[in-house]
Design a binder for this molecule. Structure first.
Ligand SMILES: [Zn+2]
Length: 288
């Protein structure tokens, strides 16, 4: 068991990293670790995570009763308590608002497409927990649906949540989510997001055991919109392609080709009212 003094120092260090990387602003975010079977060490409410000191932390029980500390525990304590109740294997919980991942959470776009092998073997998919008012009991309710099968998730119009077997593993998953969101955003801006095939996703899942990765649930690779229970599996969008490991992104490719004027007569185009009026005027003029 890691000494309490080390865990306090580790929370300070992780808070500093989150703030320096822009994952939190002002007093956002919160961090907790298990101190024992029924005790948690948690960041206090209303402090900037970039400037904490080890003595600021609170100790609570698993019902949220404060046992020690001058300050009150995090306003998101209910969400942390719910995670520890649902996941006896989890030793640490990290919550932040990393801006690109949170942008996906605001856009309602889950990070669940089979894009990066490293993300598939570790986190699997990163779903979005339904919107809930922060710091109320709605948030633990929203998180409960996904936390049994996922070590990381987005929180709709709010931020991201990660868990781990120790504090640093929970924090690194937050880094992975933001990095993945960044890469996904760049690929989509470039106009193409090729996917890893379903067959390759299942092969990667087999490597979890080889690498000693302990995932809370298996991956469910799909391309036909089936909806298994996200409490039982990590749902990943991956088209079947027995002959190829990568599958060209048809949706984005088509939209780009349309813009380039590929001559597809069935393609949709968009015009402003002004552009449409000009086209009609020109057509009428040419008739005269
Ligand atoms: Zn938050």
């Amino acid at each position: 068991m890691t000494p309490e003094s080390t865990l306090r120092a580790d929370i300070v260090e992780v808070g500093r990293r989150m703030y320096n990387r822009g994952y939190t602003a002002s007093n956002d975010g919160n961090i907790s670790v298990r101190l024992g079977p029924d005790r948690l060490l948690m960041t206090p409410k209303s402090v900037c995570k970039g400037f904490m000191t080890p003595d600021m932390m609170c100790i609570t029980d698993l019902q949220g009763k404060k046992l020690q500390g001058d300050r009150d525990p995090s306003s998101e304590m209910l969400m942390h308590l719910e995670v520890y109740r649902q996941r006896p294997d989890v030793q640490s919980v990290v919550h932040a608002h990393p801006p690109i991942a949170t942008g996906f959470a605001v856009a309602g776009i889950p990070l669940d497409r089979a894009v990066l092998a490293e993300v598939l073997t570790t986190l699997g998919s990163i779903p979005i927990a339904e919107y809930a008012t922060p710091s109320t009991s709605e948030l633990p309710d929203a998180v409960r649906r996904y936390i049994k099968a996922h070590d990381g998730m987005l929180l709709a119009n709010h931020g991201a949540l990660t868990v781990g077997a120790d504090l640093y593993s929970a924090y690194y998953k937050m880094e992975t989510i933001e990095h993945f969101a960044h890469i996904s955003l760049v690929a989509r801006l470039l106009g193409r997001e090729n996917l890893i095939s379903r067959e390759e996703v299942l092969r990667l899942q087999g490597l979890r055991g080889t690498y000693g990765i302990k995932a809370p649930a298996p991956i469910w690779a799909t391309d036909d919109g089936d909806q298994p229970n996200p409490a039982d599996c990590q749902i990943v969008q991956a088209p079947s392609s027995p002959g190829a490991r990568l599958v060209a992104d048809v949706i984005h490719r088509n939209s780009r080709d349309e813009e380039a004027g590929s001559g597809n007569d069935e393609a949709e185009i968009r015009l402003t009212y002004r552009e449409l009026s000009q086209l009609i005027e020109e057509a009428v003029r040419s008739l005269r």
